[in-house]
Ligand binder design. Structure first.
Ligand code: NAD
Length: 295
């Protein structure tokens, strides 16, 4: 039997999340080849975490598992496939691509099909928990696959990033779950930000509002970890960009439409975040509160 742990692991996309996730794979004892479209980022992260820099994608062809942590489904597809839908480089047959980005489930199924035609395999394993839990190795991970033998190769690599792995079903279900999770989180964020604006105008002290929410039924991840430091105290540095968060809610909206479900709450959250994105551009998502507070 082939010992796949002898093969290096590839990692594409070394941003806010990718860099600490790749670091944890290095810590688990695997040799990791890291690649980012930005060559300076590739060199810096490789040196920081003890990985091997792969300036070109073609340097990853010896890997049996390649993790992707990229902004969108479109970027995942164009990183791996050319415009005709064929692999950009000659990966070994059976290579497993683990898309841990927050991608669109429909596009994941399409890209997975194109990879399968070329003898390659894909599983989806998006994450929740922000940079802090990426560093700690305690992310929530949602694993979707049509191919158990691909999962067998992927899981030991994923386990280096967290032991909290939820098996969600067929290929794309991890990404569907992630988008729906982030819709719920965005609903909590927009609601909390709206309450903070109204409360402040009525004369409530924002810090007291956060304390009350956290001891009451309005409590959520947003009130516990985001509102205090990043909005009330003004750090505006959660590490989760507004375009990425808005993208996730729009994926959830498309999914609900495709399922024939009317989704007034998701539509309102997507429109509210879309307004902020249009006005602010690529800022930390918490800046949206500042924008909404001026309306
Ligand atoms: P980021 O923008 O910090 O990192 C993305 C990295 O991908 C960048 O370094 C960029 O240079 C690189 N990249 C872009 N195109 C590339 C290509 N074609 N080939 C190679 N590298 C390329 O983003 P992030 O915050 O790390 O998010 C990554 C993914 O994880 C997104 O899908 C996001 O929605 C999701 N996510 C983010 C968070 C968070 O808190 N930031 C939490 C959970 C999930």
């Amino acid at each position: 039997m082939t010992d796949h742990t002898a093969h290096p692991v590839g990692f594409i996309g070394l941003g806010v999340m990718g860099a600490p996730m790749a670091a944890n794979i290095v810590r688990s004892g695997r040799r990791v080849l890291v690649h980012d479209v930005d060559a300076e980022v590739t060199a810096r992260v490789a040196a920081d975490i003890g990985a091997v820099p792969a300036v070109e994608l073609s340097e990853l062809t010896e890997c049996s598992v390649v993790v992707l942590m990229l902004p969108t489904s479109a970027v995942v597809r164009s990183a791996l496939l050319d415009e005709g839908g064929r692999p950009r480089v000659a990966f070994e047959g059976g290579t497993v691509f683990v898309d841990m980005s927050s991608s669109d489930p429909t596009e994941t199924v399409e890209t997975g099909g194109l990879l399968r035609e070329a003898g390659l395999r894909m599983v989806d394993a998006p994450v929740s928990g922000a940079r802090e839990r990426a560093i700690a190795g305690t992310l929530s991970i949602m694993l979707g696959t049509d191919d158990e033998s691909a999962a067998d190769l992927a899981v030991p690599v994923i386990e280096a990033m967290s032991s909290a792995i939820f098996r969600t079903g067929k290929l794309g279900t991890g990404h569907a779950m992630k988008a729906l999770n982030n819709f719920v989180a965005a609903a909590a964020f927009t609601a909390a930000a709206e309450a903070l604006v109204a409360g402040g105008r009525f004369g409530l002290v924002p810090a007291v509002m956060v304390d009350v929410l956290n001891a009451s039924t309005g409590q959520s991840f947003v009130t516990q970890h985001v509102m205090g430091p990043h909005i009330v105290e003004g750090a505006y540095a959660s590490g989760f960009a507004l375009p990425l968060f808005t993208k996730d809610v729009r994926i959830a909206e498309r999914l609900q439409r495709a399922m024939g479900h009317t989704s007034p709450v998701c539509d309102a959250v997507a429109a509210t975040m879309g307004d902020a994105l249009e006005a602010l551009g690529p800022v930390d998502h918490t800046r949206a509160h500042e924008f909404w507070s001026t309306r």
